[in-house]
Write a protein that binds this ligand. Structure first.
Ligand code: AMP
Ligand code: TRP
Length: 345
């Protein structure tokens, strides 16, 4: 039998490989999230068994307004669907709806070491300069490992910034398996060769981020076309006027070319050739048009979903399916570790 890379053979049964990814409901999503993660989610839904979660437990590692958090959680799930996910093909759910995530996170916190968590660069970045840092922010990557390991995940599509967390997940899975017997599948990160790290429009040495205090540093997926045009027009460029890809010498224009290439489907060489001798102005206004046009259906589908209320039903069904799988894994974990389950949950 010829198997695609999305399948594995188990006896005479062919099973689809699992994909898991999560996105925090903190702030609105930008084109970095779109190109590095949510815009790619739908690519897997045909061949893989997909689980995509809005990870609200991760969001509360920093202070959140409860009313806003609840709204953003639903809005983020709506964006998953608006970006092309079909709830009939992929399981979409909210992390806190499924108690297995916190439960496994605790067990894994007793496997992870203080030293390895202290080496996580995202923790160091987020904690830098803060007067008070929660213990949850420190153990955040362990909760992420629990998310992934509960579902026997094969592949984790994420942006470059999450690579270290997936590597930690692999280490924890291997350590647990060695100590207690094989329980978890060891997952692989899947980082796009292009678009895994989209940079800020106002400072191309920093990644585009939800937490940047300057909103003009990012294009949000729901930005209207005029706003997209204004932000690209204002985006910093490098000296000279040539549209050429050179991340070392021309980091700003190279970032804009990457965005252009990914949204248009043209290669970097084609983009360079198309703008030879034309300067930055024409390039930026075409770029704005291409991005706005590509995001238009996402914006439209999002408003339709938010007004219909159908997301609630999608999330309820998603939570039920997720729990069905994760609770079986949790039972196995408890058994292996020597924890009792007197209630049949
Ligand atoms: P977060 O918003 O931190 O929950 O990230 C959601 C997803 O978007 C993760 O897979 C990140 O790796 C990805 N991501 C975040 N920022 C960027 C960026 N600037 N470029 C590419 N991917 C990103
Ligand atoms: N930590 C990820 C981020 O900040 C979000 C996340 C949580 C995640 N759990 C996950 C991503 C599991 C992939 C798989 O972007």
């Amino acid at each position: 039998m010829v198997l695609s890379s999305a399948q594995t053979e188990l006896g005479d049964k062919t099973i689809r490989k699992r994909v898991f990814s999560g996105v925090q409901p903190s702030g609105s999503l930008h084109i970095g999230n779109y190109l590095g993660a949510i815009g790619r989610f739908a690519l897997f839904q045909e061949g893989y068994d997909c689980f995509y979660s809005v990870v609200d437990l991760h969001a509360i590692t920093v202070p959140q307004d409860p009313v806003e958090l609840r709204k953003r959680t639903v809005a983020t799930a709506a964006l998953f669907v608006a970006a092309g996910l079909d709830p009939a093909k992929a399981c979409i759910f909210v992390q806190s709806d499924n108690p297995s995530h916190s439960e496994l996170a605790w067990v894994l916190q007793c496997v992870a070491t203080f030293g390895e968590l202290g080496r996580m660069t995202q923790f160091k970045d987020k904690a830098r300069g803060k007067k008070s840092v929660t213990a949850g922010l420190f153990t955040y990557p362990v909760l992420m490992a629990a998310d992934i390991l509960l579902y026997d995940t094969d592949v984790v599509p994420v942006g470059e910034d999450q690579k270290q967390h997936v590597e930690l997940t692999r280490d924890l899975a291997e350590r647990f398996n060695k100590r207690f017997g094989v329980t978890f599948k060891v997952p692989e990160p899947l980082i796009p060769t292009q678009g895994g790290r989209i940079m800020s429009l106002t400072n191309p040495s920093r990644k585009m981020s939800k937490s940047d205090e300057d909103p003009d540093s990012r294009i949000e997926v729901l930005d209207p076309p005029e706003e997209i045009a204004r932000k690209f027009k204002k985006a910093v460029t490098d000296s000279g006027r040539e549209v050429v890809y050179d991340p070392e010498k021309k980091p700003a224009i190279s970032n804009l070319m990457t965005i252009y290439s990914l949204f248009s489907g043209k290669s970097l060489e084609e983009v360079r050739d198309a703008y030879e001798g034309k300067g930055y102005g024409v390039f930026k206004s075409d770029l704005a048009e291409i991005v706005a046009e590509k995001l238009r259906p996402v914006r439209e589908k999002y408003s339709q979903l938010m007004s219909s209320g159908e997301i609630e039903d999608i999330l309820k069904k998603g939570a039920e399916r997720a729990y069905e799988i994760s609770s079986a894994k949790m039972r196995e974990v408890k058994e292996k570790v020597g924890l009792c389950s007197r209630l049949r949950l």
